[in-house]
Design a protein around this ligand. Sequence first.
Ligand code: ITT
Length: 223
Amino acid sequence: MSIPCAGPILVIATKNRGKSAEIKSALKDFPVLLKDLNDFGQVAEPVEDGVTFEENAYKKASFTARVLGLPALADDSGLEAQALAGAPGIHSARYAGPGATDSDNNAKLLKALSGKTNRKARFCCVLSLAVPSGAALTYEAFCEGLILDSARGDNGFGYDPLFLYPAMGKTFAEMSAEQKLNVSHRGLALRELKTEFEKVLRWLELRRKEEDLRRGAHDMCCE
Ligand code: ITT
């Protein structure tokens, strides 16, 4: 049962509705008011020019927190195929080019893997939780599986229909949202964050007080 709350706002720094829905579902019992970038109209977005998931997650979280003046949780994630030396990796969202759809990306992946017998792949997720001053906490997790020859299932988003989770014999797109969160890279990273959520809330409160003090000191010296 979810606890109704109007606690501190936590902005999920994404417009990706699939990602956002998974994060909201995992954090639904916590005393924070979850919003995502779709709730804020036109918001500037950072350039994701980092070379690791961690760098890009931090860029998205710290940029959003600074621009909106609110704590922000960003997820940078992607699929790494072993036979493609880790591609599409950090380029997963735009693998088939700027403006690529999920089905463009899936088609490109199938083409790149055609004739390859090594179908091993893993999803990676790095979560970065940042406050406006830039301080951040980081969580990372992986999920290993196999890339099929053709799509299976209608749930989820992105590469879900091609990603087989062998222990369940199902692709992520054949799982319920709850089943996917139990085993996925994002679900595991969120579980880590959740195990220390009390600490996280205290951390957010302390950072907020520090920022209030800094602002107060600045106002006094500049009046
Ligand atoms: P934001 O940057 O706004 O969060 P994005 O979709 O551009 O949205 P990323 O740069 O982190 O996010 O790229 C993640 C891509 O990796 C995503 O668009 C999917 O193609 C793929 N991906 C990540 N997690 C996935 C999942 O659970 N299931 C399927 N595909 C996933």
